[in-house]
Design a protein around this ligand. Structure first.
Ligand code: HEC
Ligand code: HEC
Length: 373
């Protein structure tokens, strides 16, 4: 037996490992400390994690020896034997993943898959975007968000155990497992146990072509679904008359933001409109009023359309900006920000929300304008 280090981790799995760590850590950090407009970056990193998982799945089927599922997924017997050896002070040595480490990798990959899927479901129902938007209601999106957060906490626990296991084994076996995940090599040891039963040869050309086709199909399907209309968000044209007459003092508010009963009250008394005179000729007022009432009654499953009308204050039924949901979402913004010329009041939603007129309020489209001196 020579003392030459042996190749254990191929370049694909090492790049996979560190890219996965970077994408997961990046996605997590952005949500913890980033501004709302960075949600798009969080989602992009989430899709990157999903793509890496798909790669890992195929690499588990067609990769080389230590990468194949058959090479490291072991039953409870070998896991117990391995655990016993750890406590006996004579730890068994493995070339690839040890049985307990292998189980941890399966657990990590499955939880990550759940995090990705629940993330796409949150995006679809809660934010009405992405490949699941045509299928999920807002309420389902909220449930998905809870699952997404619970699974993320579980992932943090598992990741902590994974790192602890790596450090423990590195100490017990006096070999740097982190180093070998960087350069791919391990010192040879006569007693080291190999990957039982897994073929050494990686990937045939047919496997590569087949998996590429499946991945391309999956990607195109998701892209196509992302372009379909979201469930519960009707396509509603905004009449120019409405924007002209009701958009001159503040944003022309989307009909989904108030129930039809509130719109009727507003349109019934334009002469005394929050202290202003906003009166209109009767025919114009009727046309706008009819459109607002019809629009509100379409039923909106968007976040703003679900949360704002449902949380209006009974004593302020006409005030979007007094609804509990609106107040909660904007409580971190100092009062004087709304008074600047660039913002022009709380009712001027489009100063900070690019898609306000269409009733969107996507987190990716939020920016508070700042004066440059
Ligand atoms: C002459 C200016 C003017 C015009 C025109 C006008 N509004 Fe207003 N509107 C106001 C003012 C002022 C407020 C109170 C804003 C505030 O307190 O920040 C207001 C508030 C509102 C609010 C409540 C916003 C909130 O704070 O939640 C709604 C809804 C609204 N207007 C709808 C309409 C509609 C519908 C029309 C068209 C028929 C219209 N407005 C036309 C001046 C106007
Ligand atoms: C001064 C800027 C500003 C104005 C004006 C403003 N918003 Fe916002 N809005 C924000 C910011 C910033 C957030 C994100 C708060 C957070 O979650 O950190 C937000 C969040 C929201 C959300 C939640 C979005 C989500 O997905 O979490 C809705 C809905 C919303 N605003 C509706 C409105 C409406 C309706 C108006 C007008 C009546 C309005 N906003 C006016 C700055 C503004």
């Amino acid at each position: 037996m020579t003392n030459k280090p042996i190749h254990v981790w191929d370049i694909e799995i090492r790049v996979f490992h560190w890219l996965l760590l970077a994408s997961v850590a990046g996605a997590w950090l952005i949500i913890q400390v980033g501004p709302p407009a960075w949600l798009g970056l969080h989602e992009a990193l989430g899709f990157a994690v999903g793509a890496l998982l798909v790669f890992r799945f195929f690499w588990g089927l067609f990769g080389s020896e230590h990468m194949r599922f058959g090479g490291f997924v072991r039953g409870p017997g070998p896991m117990l034997a391995h655990l016993k050896s750890l406590f006996s002070g004579k730890p068994l040595r493995f070339v690839g993943h040890n049985p307990v480490g292998g189980a941890m990798i399966v657990a990590l990959l499955l939880v990550l898959l759940g995090v990705c899927l629940s993330g796409i479901a949150t995006m679809g129902g809660f934010d009405k975007a992405g490949p699941l938007a045509p299928f999920l209601t807002f309420a389902q999106g909220r449930q998905a968000k809870e699952i997404h957060e619970t699974l993320t906490n579980l992932l943090l626990v598992l990741a902590g155990l994974h790192v602890a296991g790596v450090l423990l084994e590195s100490v017990l076996l006096k070999e740097s497992l982190i180093g070998s995940m960087i350069h791919g090599k391990k010192e040879p040891h006569a007693e080291a146990l190999g990957a039982a039963g897994a073929p050494k040869t990686p990937r045939s050309a047919v496997a590569v072509i087949l998996s590429s086709l499946i991945v391309a199909g999956l990607g195109l399907t998701m892209l196509n679904l992302s372009l379909q209309p979201a469930l519960g968000v009707p396509a509603l044209g905004i009449p120019p008359l409405y924007v002209k007459e009701c958009g001159s003092c503040h944003t022309a508010h989307h009909p989904s933001l108030l129930p039809s009963s509130s719109w009727k009250l507003i349109m019934a008394d334009l002469g005394d409109h929050f202290g202003d005179d906003a009166s209109l000729p009767q025919d114009k007022a009727r046309e706008i009023g009819d459109w607002l009432v019809k629009g509100a009654d379409l039923g909106w499953d968007s976040k703003a359309g679900q949360r704002i009308p449902a949380s209006l204050k009974t004593e302020e039924p006409l005030r979007i900006t007094k609804s509990a949901f609106w107040e909660r979402r904007h409580r971190k913004i100092p009062e004087n920000v709304f008074k600047t010329k660039l913002v022009g009041g709380k009712a001027n939603c489009q100063a900070c929300h690019v898609d306000a007129v269409r009733g969107g309020f996507k987190r990716g489209g939020i920016a508070i304008p700042e004066e440059i001196n």
